[in-house]
Design a protein around this ligand. Sequence first.
Ligand SMILES: *[C@@H]1O[C@H](CO)[C@@H](O)[C@H](O)[C@H]1NC(C)=O
Ligand SMILES: *[C@@H]1O[C@H](CO)[C@@H](O)[C@H](O)[C@H]1NC(C)=O
Ligand SMILES: CC(=O)N[C@H]1CO[C@H](CO)[C@@H](O)[C@@H]1O
Length: 319
Amino acid sequence: MLFDSYIMSLQRVLAVVILLAATIPTIHGEDDLRNNNNNYDNGNYALTSSTHKSLLIAAGCFWCAEQAYEQYAPGVIEVVSGYAGSDGIESPTYRNHPGHYEVILIEYDPNSTSYELLLQYAWRNLDPFDSFGQFCDRGFSYQSALFYANEEEKLIAEQVRSEVMDLHPDWDNESVVVPLLERPFFWRAEDYHQDYYIKNPWNYEYYKERCGRTKRLKEVWGEEQYNCYHDLELSCFNKTAVNEDGVSIEAVVNVKNAPEESGKVRGAPVWGIIVAVVFDVGVLCLLVVGFMTPSCKKKLSIEEGKDESVVEKEAADLP
Ligand SMILES: *[C@@H]1O[C@H](CO)[C@@H](O)[C@H](O)[C@H]1NC(C)=O
Ligand SMILES: *[C@@H]1O[C@H](CO)[C@@H](O)[C@H](O)[C@H]1NC(C)=O
Ligand SMILES: CC(=O)N[C@H]1CO[C@H](CO)[C@@H](O)[C@@H]1O
């Protein structure tokens, strides 16, 4: 445990260093231009059918929440990553979304699933005890929240919360800090954040593993419950849902037919290795050859020059 947390804090320090280093050259870079050139219809998302409904949840990094719902939750048509917050600014972006949660909008077929069922999935996809963020991600925008659109949904949300509490008599009511809130306006996130787990499976799995999401969810909910909500073979859902009219309905899971998670991270990504090597060469130069030795300075600048474009490219990919 101690060693684990030592490694974890090392990873965090490294992540911050890499993040800072990677952010500086891109503040006025390609990324901002991309945002400015895109018109997202005021951030609104149009449902693909007028018979569909939607709900909003905040469960930490939206890449992961999107994947969990699209792959494992019944009756889900589409999940869209975005920002939402009642006291946030207009037209938030990834680089500027104060007062906003990272959220997902879940478009669903009310004949194949229900608000209630989807909220049950929401709980199993968050750490209910963390009020400062979720998993490795700290800060307001990563905090969890469940949203209701009307009085009826509010009652259901409260009921699902009580069911969760009843299932865990050892949980202290005060320490379960997931707020149930009125649904705010939804702003769709930039295109490169949508379907991130499909577009960048390698980066995605690496991030998710390093963030400790699965590990923590299993710790909180237990292996069995985790599997119920994250494994189609072991699902407690079994392809039928009771719809809003009380009729049992067969619901489709994973409409996108995205490949299931392998659960295995295929080693560190290339950019991570490059950054680590450059860092090590730098430290070695400073230690061994001496601070002002010309040959060492030259070597360092060559390495850094080579690496900059890679780091810059990857900066856009942080969740
Ligand atoms: C749900 O299914 C029933 C028939 O089973 C149909 O009449 C109704 O229009 C459907 N509702 C929606 C929202 O698709
Ligand atoms: C538990 O906490 C929630 C949210 O703060 C509150 O609405 C509820 O009344 C509390 N329940 C009990 C039994 O104290
Ligand atoms: C609620 C329910 O019927 N769950 C079942 C779903 O399917 C798995 C595997 O077939 C069973 O183990 C569960 O009991």
